[in-house]
Ligand binder design. Structure first.
Ligand code: ZN
Length: 277
């Protein structure tokens, strides 16, 4: 595949969108809108802006294999905190991380590097357990003497299979994936029920139930509460998540957004007129 061409064509499409107003060029600020830096893994399933619904320019984002503290991460974190007033550093880990499966012994056979396995482990920093690794990274980064005292370093973990992020106050209570998975179903139930309660369709049907002629129909829609969420009392192991992923939350209906076509008039500049002026 011609990636050079693919990227350049993509850039032309971007440029077209800038011209018709469906994309916006952000040129004013070099520092983020929020005093926030997110360190996450390079895994392509993680799109920080999407999963937190952030906009371009809202936060600094650093990525590497395994959301791991490295000298280069420290370099960027220090620039962000000391020079640009960043106060919150979020280390966003994720389950099913490739670095938790990395076999350094196999990697050693592919790499042109005559060093010991131990040296390779020290270099690549694989880990076995995402929660344990995440808590370690927070501990290391937050205790660095170079970091300003008012900077808060917190952990979050992204669940690739459901799209949920589990926050610091949950993760800090667990020292391993195994311990976390034991309570996973109750966290999921809590988050699922919260989503259900927040759903505008659900709220709307509640208030309409008494004064609409088709209230039975609305009740039926209302009852689309995911059955799976009510049956989550047992411990669920990650491979058994399929039923949860497929849980049916009521659909949120968003009215279509009309984006008017903007025509930009670019006046022609006559060269000799500029020269004469
Ligand atoms: Zn990863």
């Amino acid at each position: 595949m011609d990636f050079d061409n693919m990227l350049m064509e993509g850039n032309l499409r971007y440029k077209q969108k800038l011209m018709n107003g469906t994309e916006k060029l952000i040129t004013s600020e070099k520092i983020p809108k929020y005093p926030l830096l997110i360190l996450t893994c390079m895994d392509p399933r993680i799109d920080v802006h999407r999963i937190f619904q952030l906009n371009q320019g809202d936060a600094f984002v650093l990525r590497n294999a395994g959301n791991t503290h490295t000298p280069d991460v420290l370099r960027s974190v220090l620039v962000a905190t000391l020079e640009h007033g960043i106060k919150y550093v979020v280390i966003l880990g994720h389950f099913d991380c490739g670095m938790s499966k990395l076999r350094v012994d196999l990697l050693r056979k592919k790499i042109k590097w005559n060093v010991s396995i131990k040296d390779l482990v020290d270099f690549f920093r694989p880990f076995k357990d995402e929660i344990q690794h995440l808590n370690e990274q927070v501990k290391i980064l937050s205790s660095l003497p170079q970091l300003p005292e008012d900077v808060q370093v917190i952990a979050m973990i992204y669940d690739i299979k459901t799209g949920f992020v589990f926050e610091n106050k949950i993760i800090e209570n667990y020292d391993s994936n195994t311990a976390f998975w034991k309570d996973y179903s109750s966290f999921l139930k809590e988050k699922g029920e919260f989503l259900y309660q927040q759903n505008p369709v659900f709220q709307q049907t509640q208030s309409f139930q008494n004064n609409t002629s088709n209230s039975e129909e609305i009740k039926a829609e209302n009852n689309t509460k995911p059955q799976n969420l009510e049956n989550l009392t047992e411990t669920i192991e990650p491979p058994m998540l399929e039923s949860i992923i497929n849980m049916k939350l009521p659909q949120i209906r968003i009215p279509p957004v009309h984006i008017p076509e903007i025509k930009i008039f670019i006046p022609k500049i006559q060269k000799n007129r500029i020269n004469n002026a």
